[in-house]
Design a protein around this ligand. Structure first.
Ligand code: ADP
Length: 661
């Protein structure tokens, strides 16, 4: 885990970079696409402009061609008028012909050299006022210039009839180098454009004749819409600063292009948005991964620090997992164990059958719920006691996939328990010796009685033998009494011997009445001395499974404690009661005294070892009593004596089961 934590910022930085890359890519792609579209647009505009210029130049040339052809025809007419007979007729004929073929010309006028109209077509009678109205200044100037220079001259444009613009072309008529007249062709500029600009041109462009002052003289177009780009060329002839301005219209069909651009932008936005979502997802995922990694590291750390061995087996009994503690316990490597089927390498060879039986019980789900003990063998051959708890192994789907065992090495614990047991035994033994030591003077006194009786009977016998009239049969009763007293002394010695005998605790059928009798045998002398009465209420008792010596120790301890408690009370109250109640499954023994009683503050400490209130006490008696009673699966407790005549007193109660479980 420690190693992983510093890696986390690095990882997230790398992730940030990785996530930023597609975004940058998409932005760049968008820029490239938009640039491409812009370039395409520009290219198209350039192409449009090139086409416009080409068309404009073509139109200009076409107009120039028409104008110069008309000039030529007028010049031809002028020549014919000067040198052919019957000029009026020729004028009529030719002018009509020209007007018919060149509809851009609205009128052809024939002047004499003084600018008097000789004839005009289509107006048969040339009205002076009309010529006047033609813009005298403009036409006059052109007339003069043409007559002076002797060549074709165009007039400046002029407006007539409101807003209709016209130009005139003056062609001088010479006869033998003398100006004799002038031919003028009138071009209404609107008509000029209408006739000379072809239809297809006007489908694409708008044609305007204008000048430097932006005065619009004529225009022609068949379409309407947004203007795009325009191009101007000088309208020469006639000149006078007039220009042809051609404007094209935006291709209305670029909506597709616009749609395409919109779609591209929308796709890019959608991609960016989806990337944002993906980024969010990845972020969440990497957070989950991080949490998982931390969890995993934590689990590994936990697993490594576990001191309990863990072993998982599948339903066939094959080992599928062992933790480090188990490996350490058995001394085998994980790879040596995982995949193994019985017999396992840590099984004890001599106990292979029992271990197999246990193994089968576990697989059948019959393993003891509160665990079982087994001996295992380490890799180095050393044996150890293992306490095993088996549990079902349930996977994530709730399926039972095998068995999980927690294995505890209890060798040390068992050793400690054994040591404690031995120490306890030693303590019990010591306590018995101490009790006996305490009773030594009483016992000596007790033993002294039969011995002195024997001695006196013996002396009596000797006296009888020495007396001359002594009869042998007189000795018999004395000898019988000696024997009784010797038996009594022997009984006392045997009891002492039995009491201090050191033996392994074992429960065998024993009579509680005999236990009680032995105890009373030990204590009655003392009781007599202390003037304590001992009362017993004993119903007929069955044999109980118990260690006789141990029970004697308990009872003796309780009797002696009761007697000691009554040392300082009135003699009349010195009564010790031993009563036994027989239950269904247990018997209940109470030892009650009328002694000093037990104050509540020391009641909790009574059964702890080495607690005593007596100057010479050892304080181990009650603690040994409780462990002996518990060894017999019984209970020992203390109560107050409610029936005490002295006002205080204690009852020690213990139970003993009647049958072995
Ligand atoms: P010891 O007798 O050596 O003190 P025990 O474990 O037998 O050790 O008793 C512990 C203490 O319990 C005694 O010192 C005494 O204070 C108290 N005790 C035991 N039995 C009685 C009793 N019958 N009445 C009053 N106190 C008692």
């Amino acid at each position: 885990m420690d190693q992983m934590l510093p890696m986390m910022p690095n990882n997230s930085r790398r992730m940030g970079w990785l996530l930023a890359l597609p975004k940058v890519g998409i932005v760049l792609l968008l820029i490239a696409l938009l640039t491409f579209l812009w370039l395409l647009n520009r290219n198209e505009a350039e192409q449009e402009r090139a086409a416009l210029i080409k068309d404009v130049l073509w139109l200009e040339q076409n107009l120039r061609f028409n104008l110069s052809r008309n000039e030529e025809q007028l010049q031809q007419l002028a020549a014919d008028l000067s040198n052919r007979p019957d000029p009026e007729k020729i004028f009529r004929l030719r002018a009509a012909h020209q007007l018919k073929n060149n509809s851009e010309i609205s009128q052809i006028i024939w002047f004499d050299k003084n600018r008097k109209v000789v004839d005009a077509l289509p107006t048969t009678r040339p009205p002076d006022d009309e010529i006047e109205a033609f813009g005298p200044l403009v036409t006059e100037k052109a007339f003069e210039l043409a007559s002076r220079l002797g060549k074709v001259i165009y007039s400046q444009p002029f407006f007539l009839e409101g807003n209709q613009a016209f130009i005139e072309v003056m062609v001088p008529i010479f006869a033998e180098r003398q100006l004799i007249g002038m031919l003028a062709a009138v071009y209404p500029l609107d008509q000029f454009l209408a006739k000379l600009v072809p239809w297809w041109f006007t489908e694409k462009y708008r044609v305007i004749i204008t000048d430097d002052n932006d005065i619009q003289y004529a225009t022609k177009s068949n379409i309407e819409g947004d203007r795009n780009q325009s191009y101007e060329v000088p309208f020469d002839p006639p000149g006078y600063g007039m220009t042809l301005r051609i404007t094209n219209y935006k291709d209305t069909d670029n909506s597709l292009q616009r749609l395409l651009t919109l779609v591209i932008i929308m796709i890019a936005a959608a991609t960016l948005w989806s990337l944002w979502l993906v980024r969010d997802l990845i972020k969440k995922r990497s957070q989950a991964e991080e949490a998982l990694r931390a969890e995993h590291a934590f689990r590994t750390a936990m697993e490594n620090s576990l001191t309990v061995g863990m072993r998982a087996r599948d339903l066939d009994g094959r080992i599928i997992y062992v933790n480090p503690a188990f490996c350490k316990m058995t001394g085998f490597q994980s790879i040596d164990l995982v995949g193994k089927t019985p017999p396992m390498p840590y099984w004890v060879p001599e106990q292979i059958d029992e271990t197999y039986a246990l193994h089968a019980a576990v697989l059948a789900g019959k393993a003891p719920r509160d665990g079982f003990e087994i001996t295992f063998q380490r890799h180095n051959g050393e044996r150890f006691n293992a306490l095993i708890y088996e549990a079902r192994l349930i996977d994530g789907k709730g399926q039972h996939t095998g068995w999980m065992a927690s294995v505890l090495d209890v060798t040390e614990r068992k050793r400690a328990e054994e040591l404690a047991r031995q120490q306890q035994e030693q303590l019990q033994f010591t306590a018995r010796l101490v009790t006996l030591g305490e009773m030594a003077s009483t016992l000596a006194h007790e033993l002294n009685q039969p011995l002195s009786a024997i001695a006196s009977y013996n002396a009596g016998c000797l006296n009888l033998l020495e007396s001359p009239n002594g009869q042998t049969q007189d000795i018999r009763p004395a000898l019988e009494k000696i024997s009784i007293q010797a038996q009594r002394a022997g009984k006392i010695i045997r009891r002492v011997h039995d009491f201090v005998r050191k033996s392994e605790p074992k429960r065998a059928p024993c009579s509680f009445a005999e236990v009680l009798e032995d105890c009373l045998g030990f204590t009655e002398a003392d009781a007599r001395k202390q003037r304590i009465r001992i009362a017993c209420e004993i119903p007929p008792l069955p044999l109980i499974p118990a260690d006789r010596l141990m029970l004697e120790q308990v009872l003796l301890n309780l009797i002696r404690n009761g007697m000691e408690a009554m040392a300082n009370i009135a003699v009349a109250d010195r009564l010790l009661c031993i009563s036994i109640a027989l239950g269904k499954s247990e018997m209940r023994v109470s030892v009650s005294d009328q002694g000093c009683g037990i104050s509540p503050d020391i009641q909790g400490k009574l059964f702890t070892a080495f607690f005593t209130t007596k100057p010479e006490g050892m304080g181990v008696g009650l603690s040994i009593c409780r462990s002996i009673i518990e060894f017999h699966r019984g209970r020992l407790w203390v109560e107050e004596n409610p029936r005490s005549t002295s006002g205080s007193g204690t009852i020690f109660v213990f139970t003993l089961p009647l049958e072995t479980e």
